[in-house]
Design a protein around this ligand. Structure first.
Ligand code: UDP
Length: 328
């Protein structure tokens, strides 16, 4: 059985990917320092508590296991925080990723799936966004993802690293079986906050900006189910295993929803009324981000299956209800 190292496998997207891989003929080892992840979410395969900042932890892990490939989910991902504390982002998202890549080199592991982001493109003038757009990030967070992609290209050219940089749009939803889901502390993402409001855990949802150049004035995003993201990792790894060329792939549904549309759909799914309060814009938010995943479809053969916004929110709601019975 091929063995895959899942760095950050105790987090949101990593835990879903761990589940999928461990059910798809892989042995998985989660490497996580549990700074933002949860041991309870790393429930498939083996667990190795370690920190990417500590080269000795990495060396021990690579000595203990012979990996065929590595996936890397352990980045900080709050755009606003990256503006106020860029050092935290450059150290963890860039320097620590270099530690990981160097540990892979030392161990002779050369297949790598990287969690990149549509944030590498910044605020594009035209939609949908394709991989041919130039990198033009508008936040330190986006710049960390751009930098790592550039490092990957250089490592690939010089050392033969085979990689796929998967540029997620807005990850959302939860495991359809309810075995894992989104747990952020603090939570800043729209859908879990909207569901908090639906559940009465917060009195309202603040809508950040009502005067954007979009059909209803609120920001438009491309929400993609986390289980579909996990599937893309499986496809990408098989593609690299067959000798596919390294590169970047957008992962989105190609359809955008406004903040108000998300709230309306959440009301329909939950059957609850959600109080809305208009609020000022959040700094750094582009008006609309919608991705074309045509390249991932064509080259990886990836197709989202849980693409309906109702399905994404219904799965998130199921997880939300389960979590509120047994809080983290
Ligand atoms: N948003 C909002 N209220 C909130 C949280 C988010 O209006 O309490 C908006 C945010 O401005 C953005 C969209 O919802 O336009 C998605 O934000 P999220 O933080 O979920 O993801 P991001 O697009 O920042 O990756």
């Amino acid at each position: 059985m091929p063995k895959v190292l899942i760095v950050g496998g105790a987090g949101y997207i990593g835990s879903h990917t761990n589940k999928l891989f461990s059910h798809s003929g892989f042995k998985t080892v989660v490497f996580d320092n549990l700074s933002t992840g949860y041991r309870r979410l790393a429930r498939w395969g083996e667990f190795f508590k370690g920190d990417l900042a500590n080269a000795a932890d990495l060396a021990r892990c690579f000595k203990k296991h012979r990996f065929d490939s590595v996936m890397h989910f352990s980045a900080f991902a709050y755009v606003g925080e990256s503006v106020t504390d860029p050092a935290k982002y450059y150290v963890n998202n860039v320097a620590n990723t270099i530690n990981l890549l160097n540990a892979m080199r030392a161990a002779g592991v050369n297949k790598f799936i990287f969690s990149s982001s549509c944030a590498v493109y910044g605020a594009p003038a035209s939609l949908p966004m394709r991989e041919t757009l130039p990198f033009n990030p508008v936040s330190p967070y986006g710049r960390t993802k751009k930098m790592v992609e550039e490092i990957l290209a250089d490592y690939s050219a010089a050392y033969g690293l085979k990689y796929a940089a998967l540029r997620y749009f807005n990850a959302a939803g939860a495991d359809p079986d309810g075995e894992t889901g989104e747990v952020h502390n603090p939570e800043t993402h729209l859908i879990p906050l909207v569901l908090d409001a639906a559940a009465g855990l917060r009195k309202e949802i603040k809508v950040f900006g009502g005067n954007y150049p979009t059909p209803d004035g609120t920001c438009v995003r491309d929400y993609i189910h986390v289980a579909d993201l996990a599937q893309a990792h499986l496809r990408a790894l098989r593609y690299l295993g067959k000798g596919g060329a390294s590169g970047g792939f957008n992962l989105g549904n190609g359809k955008g929803f406004s903040v108000l549309e998300v709230i309306k759909t959440a009301e329909d799914v939950t059957g609850r009324k959600i109080r809305v309060k208009m609020a000022p814009r959040r700094p750094g938010d582009p008006p609309a981000l919608v991705g074309s995943a045509a390249r991932a479809r064509r080259i990886l053969g990836w197709r989202p299956v849980r693409f309906k916004l109702e399905t994404i929110i219904a799965d998130a709601w199921k997880w939300h209800l389960k979590r509120s019975q047994a809080p983290f």
